[in-house]
Design a protein around this ligand. Structure first.
Ligand SMILES: Nc1ncnc2c1ncn2[C@@H]1O[C@H](COP(=O)(O)OP(=O)(O)OP(=O)(O)O)[C@@H](O)[C@H]1O
Ligand SMILES: [Mg+2]
Length: 331
């Protein structure tokens, strides 16, 4: 199957102010050489500690912020080279929903105005009647009463507001939706309803999701595959079962062992604090906190290797264990 989205060597650096003492202009390397593929209709979970670059990476993919380097191929088209009207048209295929439905909806616009905005920008209807039909149908799809089209966001609950955000995202039937912590601001009971809605829409419309969340339980519930990020880079990628049952990277093992009820990692203790993304450690960026760090980890960046089919991991130790395992079976 062809991927719907292919991201290669994506970088986003936020420049820091020139310091008196340094002749160099440093930058926060929020997303530093990230490559992944997204396939039609799947859900790709993205996890990692706060500040590891999840939002930055995905905002750069959709060009809410312009990437520093890299390529983004959306449905076979070079998305980063698009300008003006071409970009506007291509944007209908990829949408983003955010954590906070309070701040992502314009309080001065009615629900109808908010939902129909993408439709009007792309003139995606034949006449007024069809426009009306599309709006009513979309509201029904996300479980909003079409009677409420002329109300304002503040008249809705948090969960309903997130439904408005979802309606706006799906109205043009995008192939890809990036969900950045879409349920983190909601009560647990409402979270389940919104997750079920996202799954239902995926079945009905065949949407592929990139699902960012710090909640590993939620990611385990919704994702087909998972990417683990650390300090602006992917350290592990695998399908849901493999990643949660047999995590290979020490960082993933730490993440999983910190959540009650998620096993697989065992009690791995992480040392120290997250390093400064403007001055990341040499070699493997995780070596300063890794319980297994060896001299090579300080010197050489580990490659993201596919030791098990479909399961990639960037760790010298894992690569070595996998190599010795292979040698044993060949003997
Ligand atoms: N506009 C900006 N200017 C400078 N630095 C930024 C900017 N936005 C983010 N950063 C920095 O980039 C790094 C990655 O931030 P980002 O928001 O992408 O992380 P995240 O993984 O989404 O975190 P969280 O889980 O808290 O949402 C952090 O060090 C952050 O401080
Ligand atoms: Mg974020």
């Amino acid at each position: 199957m062809q991927p719907i989205l292919e991201v290669e060597h994506l970088k986003k650096y936020y420049p820091l102010r020139h310091s008196f003492l340094s002749s160099q202009c440093d930058a926060v390397r929020a997303c530093d050489d990230v490559s992944f593929k997204l396939y039609p209709g799947e859900t790709l979970g993205v996890v990692g500690e706060s500040g590891c670059g999840k939002s930055t990476t995905m905002k750069a993919v959709i060009r809410l912020i312009e990437p520093t380097a890299g390529s983004v191929i959306l449905q076979g088209t070079d998305f980063l080279s698009l300008r003006g009207n071409e970009l506007k048209q291509a944007r209908r295929h990829i949408k983003m929903i955010f954590q906070d439905p309070y701040s992502s909806l314009n309080p001065r616009m009615t629900v109808k105005e908010i939902i129909s905005e993408p439709l009007d920008i792309t003139k995606g209807y034949a006449d007024r009647e069809e426009r009306e039909e599309i709006i009513v149908h979309t509201m029904q799809q996300v479980g909003l009463d079409p009677e409420f089209t002329n109300r304002y966001p503040h008249e809705f609950s948090g969960g309903q507001r997130q439904r408005i955000g979802i309606a706006r995202a799906i109205i043009l039937h995008p192939e890809v939706i990036i969900c950045d912590e879409p349920v983190s601001a909601l009560d647990v009971s409402i979270q389940a309803k919104i997750l079920n809605l996202l799954k239902k829409l995926q079945r009905e419309l065949g949407i592929a999701y990139i699902f960012i969340s710090h909640n590993l339980g939620v990611v385990r519930n919704i994702a087909d595959r998972v990417i683990v990020m650390y300090l602006g880079q992917i350290v592990e990628e695998g399908n849901n079962t493999e990643l949660f049952q047999d995590p290979q990277h020490p960082y993933t093992q730490v993440l999983l062992s910190s959540v009650p009820g998620l096993s697989g990692g065992g009690p791995v203790i992480m040392q120290g604090d997250v390093p400064d993304p403007a001055d990341p450690p040499s070699g493997c960026r995780f070596h300063t906190r890794c319980p297994y760090a060896a001299p090579i980890c300080r010197l050489q960046k580990p490659e993201l290797l596919e030791n098990v089919p479909g399961h990639r991991c960037a760790c010298h130790r894992t690569a070595e264990i996998s190599l010795s395992g292979k040698a044993e079976t060949e003997e």
